[in-house]
Design a protein around this ligand. Structure first.
Ligand code: HEM
Length: 239
């Protein structure tokens, strides 16, 4: 006996606007209406510029949501679950960094037309990066608490890493996240220097030179300091 279904798979069954369930679920009507139309554009490169920025905001939304969830897992002692989410978050930052390549496809002179219509718009007001600054310190605090709970400091964790595999992996996941943020900053600085120059002031009045200095900022300084301490310790042991 065969069971016949009369379901028409071309017909949408989800609620909402859009001709198909694909468009309804992903809300592509709204998503694709978020960029200027050709009539609204001052320069056709505005589409490239908006695409890179808008997609960066989306990846950062995912990244910071995962960091926040990971922090909750660290607090609850579920380090493996946190590691899985932190891997995703770091991957998001890799994507955001990689897509800066696209901006270098714009001519530095033609970009000046795009720049004129940005008002005081500046990356300092990026909601995604604001979230990065908000969710990262609590992750560091949760890690510190886990370390204290195990009766360790950062240097001891690295020296006795094999006895504390999960915590060691967590420390390295935090270093990954911190490093990915810096790699983005380095790449962004170079893109900015290539497009508008390194001796100019941004749309919100920040000299590009200041962006160069921000490359030295670390969210988890103790984890970076530990490397110096390990080298000193090894040197002392060798002496
Ligand atoms: C043509 C491309 C770009 C140029 C010329 C540019 C330029 C600048 C400049 C000059 C600043 C200093 C602040 C100011 O505006 O006065 C800045 C900061 C910033 N921009 Fe961009 N930017 C570009 C692309 C991007 C993209 C794609 C993002 C991703 C969302 C981004 C995110 C940021 C952030 C987060 C800051 C604050 C600095 C930091 O946290 O390190 N920018 N940008």
């Amino acid at each position: 006996m065969t069971t016949e279904t009369h379901e028409d798979f071309a017909e949408p069954i989800l609620p909402g606007r859009g001709a198909s369930d694909y468009e309804r679920y992903l809300r592509t009507d709204e998503l694709l209406a978020l960029q200027k139309t050709p009539e609204e554009q001052t320069h056709p490169d505005e589409l490239l510029f908006q695409t890179v920025h808008q997609s960066s905001e989306l990846w950062l939304k995912l990244a910071t949501s995962e960091v926040e969830r990971a922090t909750g897992h660290v607090r609850d002692g579920e380090v493996s679950a946190a590691l899985r989410l932190l891997r995703r978050a770091s991957l998001c930052l890799q994507f955001v960094t990689r897509q800066l390549d696209m901006l270098e496809q714009m001519s530095p002179w033609e970009y000046q037309s795009v720049r004129r219509v940005l008002g005081h718009g500046s990356g300092f007001d990026s909601p995604g990066f604001r979230e990065v600054r908000r969710v990262t310190p609590p992750l560091g605090q949760a890690f510190d608490a886990a370390l204290r709970g195990a009766g360790l400091d950062v240097v001891e964790l690295y020296v006795r890493g094999r006895e504390h595999e999960e915590l060691y992996q967590l420390a390295e996941a935090l270093v990954d996240w911190d490093e990915r943020i810096t790699m983005w900053r380095i790449r962004h600085y170079k893109v900015v220097a290539r497009i508008i120059g390194d001796q100019v002031v941004g749309t919100q009045g920040t000299p590009v030179e200041v962006l160069g200095k921000m490359i030295h900022h670390n969210f988890f300084p103790a984890l970076w300091r530990a490397r110096n301490q390990l080298t000193s310790r090894a040197n002392e042991e060798d002496a």
